[in-house]
Design a protein around this ligand. Structure first.
Ligand code: PGA
Length: 269
């Protein structure tokens, strides 16, 4: 099964609208210099990796205009599980759809760590995403303490079970847009990425879980991204692993030249 690679940038709470156009201009120039060989820069949308940027809400409209020109898409970094209501400070799927955004991160570890997201809220958001025909990128990953105690698989199993716990009413086809991002918490923003071998171990484990929960055909089509200090330095090796279908990139996605190198690597993978 060939799974199209995804390269997703996560800008977190960085940059302003004024930075968007210069960023994409620089990205284009860097890519033109690199000339990813397999398909050529111009056909990036058809034959290359899927490229998307998870942007802060106020940057989505401007980002979409700049990104779509290159065949890239933008995603939100979060949304609420309810259709509407008294949820001050939150944003609904309908609000995102209205501006043309149908993709979002869910359960990023920073949301879990700083904003009280739990396996339960993640499950509700995943259900809402599938109901609203969104493409969710759902983040899972163990903390350093959990890894050192040998609990990595246990934690991942619990988190993956919760991702699928409310999806019983949906067909496999309806779940085709679901993407999982494995982001070991200790690797995020630390410069200490997981080794490709360790990441492959967990990615393989996630695919096994998906097979148990939703069947082998679904598991084989599920795209699983690695995140946590992914950079131009380690991306090529990460992409050699059979169960690594792309990357969710924080810091390196803020630097157009670095991200261009990673897009080029996804072309070659
Ligand atoms: P990082 O962040 O690449 O800066 O480690 C990844 C993420 O949090 O999505």
């Amino acid at each position: 099964m060939i799974r199209r690679k995804i390269l997703a940038g996560n800008w977190k709470m960085n940059k302003l609208n004024v930075d968007v156009a210069p960023f994409f201009k620089q990205l284009k120039e860097s890519l033109e210099k690199l000339q990813p060989t397999k398909s050529g820069f111009n056909s990036i949308a058809e034959n290359g990796p899927e490229v998307l940027f998870a942007l802060p809400f106020p940057l989505l409209v401007g980002g979409m205009q700049a990104a779509s020109f290159y065949g890239y898409t933008v995603a939100a970094q979060n949304f609420h599980w309810a259709d509407a209501g008294a949820f001050t400070g939150e944003v609904s799927a309908a609000m995102l759809k209205e501006i043309g955004v149908t993709s979002t991160l869910i359960g990023h570890s920073e949301r879990r760590q700083f904003f009280g997201e739990t396996d339960q809220t993640v499950a509700k958001k995943v259900k809402q995403a599938i109901t609203q025909k969104f493409s969710p990128i759902v983040c899972v990953g163990e903390t350093l303490e959990e890894r050192e105690k040998g609990l990595t698989h246990q934690v991942i199993e619990r988190q993956i079970k919760s991702v699928f716990q409310d999806l019983g009413d949906f067909s496999t086809k309806e779940l085709a847009s679901l993407v999982i991002a494995y982001e070991p918490v200790w690797a995020i923003g630390t410069g200490k990425a997981s080794t490709a071998e360790d990441a492959q171990d967990v990615h393989g484990f996630i695919r096994k879980q998906a097979s148990t929960l939703r069947g082998e055909a679904f598991a084989q089509s599920l795209r699983i991204l690695y995140g946590g200090s992914a950079s131009p330095k380690n991306i090529v090796e990460l992409f050699t692993k059979p169960d690594i279908d792309g990357a969710l990139v924080g810091g390196a996605s803020l630097v157009a030249d670095d991200f261009a190198k990673m897009i080029a690597a996804a072309f070659e993978a």
